[in-house]
Structures are given as structure tokens and as C-alpha cells.
Design a protein. Structure first.
Length: 85
């Protein structure tokens, strides 16, 4: 997941296809309303590790005129958590 692909404060591009791989490598099917947990991991040169975490649900990308992704994640009211280690 790349949180740089946010298209709104609570909406991020999720997948070009109906099937996506979860964090354990399992393939899962997306459908409207499917609960999803998303994350991004960054490891910086200074040794710092950053985790961006969010939960939400799958929605069709009807927000872009020429969508580059079929699916988005609508992030819930908890927003995006940032953990730095």
C-alpha cells in the first residue's frame, strides 16, 4: 500500500483488480463494503522504521474521471495511525 496515493483525506487507491494479496500473501476478493486493513512500511537510512496503518472498507473508484485503480479504501473515522520505531 502506498499512502501517497491518497485521493482524499479518507480515500486511498487500493487495487486495479478484483483480487488483492493480503499481508500474509493470501489472495482475497474485493467487493463493495468489504472491510480492509491497509498498511505501509518504510525503513529509512537512519534506521528509523515507520508504519502507517488504517482500516476501512472497499469502494469502487467512482471518484476519478479516468480511474487508474478499480478499487479504493474508504478509511474509517480513526484515520491513519503512524508508528515510528
Amino acid at each position: 500500500m502506498d499512502f501517497n496515493s491518497l485521493i482524499d483525506k479518507d480515500l486511498v487507491l487500493l487495487s486495479k483488480d478484483d483480487e488483492i494479496e493480503d499481508s500474509s500473501g493470501q489472495k482475497i476478493m474485493l467487493w463493495v463494503g468489504r472491510p480492509v486493513a491497509i498498511y505501509e512500511y518504510n525503513h529509512y537510512e537512519n534506521g528509523e522504521k515507520e508504519y502507517l496503518l488504517a482500516e476501512g472498507f472497499a469502494v469502487l473508484n467512482e471518484f476519478q474521471k479516468d480511474p487508474i485503480s478499480k478499487w479504493c479504501c474508504r478509511i474509517n473515522l480513526n484515520g491513519i495511525d503512524v508508528l515510528i520505531t
